[in-house]
Design a protein around this ligand. Structure first.
Ligand SMILES: Nc1nc2c(ncn2[C@@H]2O[C@H](COP(=O)(O)OP(=O)(O)OP(=O)(O)O)[C@@H](O)[C@H]2O)c(=O)[nH]1
Ligand SMILES: [Mg+2]
Length: 453
């Protein structure tokens, strides 16, 4: 089982034993050796993945399937009166909600699609380099990581191509000068990085330039370093920087955000990620404002084989659902309770009061639990999405952010604005509507996907 929460994150140099070069060699030679080492690493990882596939050819199909195995059934179907699955009912009705139609289409596509063969192409080589640079070994990587890195790289593809083309034309002219810095500033602003984060990045770059003129390659490498440090800054105030369900206690992750941001979809993806990484999970459907919201959560519960705690009645109190959810999670000795919340009520004041009440119930009822309050932000909204953060922070006591829809028109730079302006760590990023399209955030991988040719 591959645990997505326990990937190594440190930036070690690429496979030192292979890269080791004699002390007196020209730069070109070093590059050539590094390239050869990377290619060897990629080939070894590729061979390893093919081997893994031969051992368990049906693994993917099993995790994707919405049908529970008899063994899983006994594990997760202990009495939760309200959580009977609704897909059957819904498929009998004429008015299938739009979100379900879309999800069904996706499922059918997945079931009928022929598994794409992994290829040793440019994306694979780039992913291999990114993994190798983090000190990973070719026989210790999973195909899922390659699939995800490719998705991330493609999601940020348009922004990356723009940034790189502009950077090349700026830094290609020789050591970085003041004019070039101004152009980089404009470039960052147009990628949604925001004024505050851009100012910080440019000031840091200029300070460095006062010390020395930078050749193009070094300028880009230094820019990457700055971007990564902006993304990592919010982690500095924390004692523990890794993000995974803590062992030996209940973890409660409360998801909040404006309507349509992707909370419910993220809950489904998180349940899948947690279950397949070896954690036992329960979902509380605390968006009781719309009946369809509870149904939507239940479908995700069925897909991921996760119990859903809900209350079928009209106008039920979401805090009561959270209360039941905590009880159920404790009774089932679950590691993780995921709480879905409403994105829209009659007005914003009601929404905030409701969230504050939910938060109070969690704090009071689950004294020994580890609580994370995650704001779900739609990356395509750029700077506009950030305006909501302050009010959510007051009501829900935010501890982190989930950035969704990086596969769409999002420019990606908003991740830097989030870190700089909200001072909250980004914990997960979503790059698609599918069950596998959400992964823990890595600042290193993100910056590489944004700035590596
Ligand atoms: N392309 C893309 N679409 C996404 C992603 N995450 C969510 N969506 C889509 O965004 C839409 C809204 O997602 P929901 O999960 O229903 O959003 P929500 O925040 O729960 O919305 P409310 O319940 O109305 O507050 C759905 O069509 C999702 O499929 C993503 O990472 N990429
Ligand atoms: Mg929702």
């Amino acid at each position: 089982m591959f645990n997505w929460f326990r990937r190594k994150k440190e930036n070690n140099p690429v496979t030192p034993e292979v890269v080791e070069t004699p002390s007196i060699v020209e730069e070109e030679k070093i590059e050539e050796v590094t390239d050869t080492a990377s290619l060897e690493w990629a080939k070894a990882a590729f061979a390893n993945i093919q081997k893994q596939k031969q051992v368990s050819p049906t693994l993917e199909v099993i995790t994707e399937s919405a049908t529970a195995t008899p063994e899983d059934d006994t594990k997760t179907q202990t009495p939760v009166t309200e959580s009977e699955m609704v897909t059957q009912e819904i498929s009998d009705t004429e008015n299938i909600p739009a979100w379900l139609q879309k999800s069904d289409r996706l499922d059918i596509l997945k079931e009928t699609a022929i598994e794409p063969e992994q290829e040793l192409d440019e994306d694979f080589l780039w992913s291999a380099q990114v993994l190798a640079n983090q000190g990973r070994l070719p026989d210790d990587v999973s195909e899922d990581e390659f699939i995800w890195l490719k998705k991330l790289r493609q999601g940020l593809g348009k922004t990356r191509r723009n940034l790189i083309n502009q950077l090349k034309s700026v830094v290609g002219q020789g050591p970085l000068n003041q004019e070039a810095v101004m152009e980089i500033e404009a470039m960052l602003l147009s990628a949604d990085v925001g004024i505050q984060a851009t100012d910080h990045i440019i000031n840091t770059l200029q300070n460095k330039l006062k010390e020395e003129a930078l050749p193009p390659e070094e300028a880009i490498a230094y820019l990457k370093e700055i971007l990564q440090s902006v993304l990592d800054e919010p982690l500095k105030k924390l004692t523990k920087t890794e993000f995974e369900p803590e062992e030996g206690k209940l973890n409660i992750w409360l998801l909040t955000g404006v309507n349509g941001a992707g909370k419910t979809t993220t809950i489904g993806k998180l349940a899948h990620l947690a279950q397949t990484s070896g954690y036992k999970c329960v979902i509380a459907a605390a968006d009781t404002f719309r009946a369809a919201a509870v149904e939507q959560v239940k479908v995700w519960g069925e897909r991921t084989n996760t119990p859903v705690i809900s209350n079928q009645g009209q106008n039920t109190d979401p805090a009561a659902v959270v209360f039941d959810g905590i009880n159920a999670a404790i009774a089932r000795e679950a590691n993780l309770l995921l709480i879905d919340t409403a994105g829209r009520l009659q007005n914003k004041k009601n929404l905030m009061e409701e969230l504050a009440k939910i938060r109070r119930i969690i704090d009071k009822k689950a004294v020994n639990a580890h609580i994370e309050s995650l704001l779900v932000l739609d990356a395509t909204l750029g700077q506009n999405g950030l305006k909501q953060a302050q009010v959510f922070s007051e009501a829900a006591g935010l501890t982190g952010v989930v950035l969704t829809k990086l596969d769409g028109t999002a420019k990606g730079g908003v991740a830097l604005a989030v870190s700089q302006q909200l001072n909250l760590p980004i914990r997960f990023i979503g790059a698609g509507e599918g069950i596998e399209d959400l992964r823990p955030f890595s600042s290193y991988e993100f910056v590489e996907a944004l700035l590596s040719a």
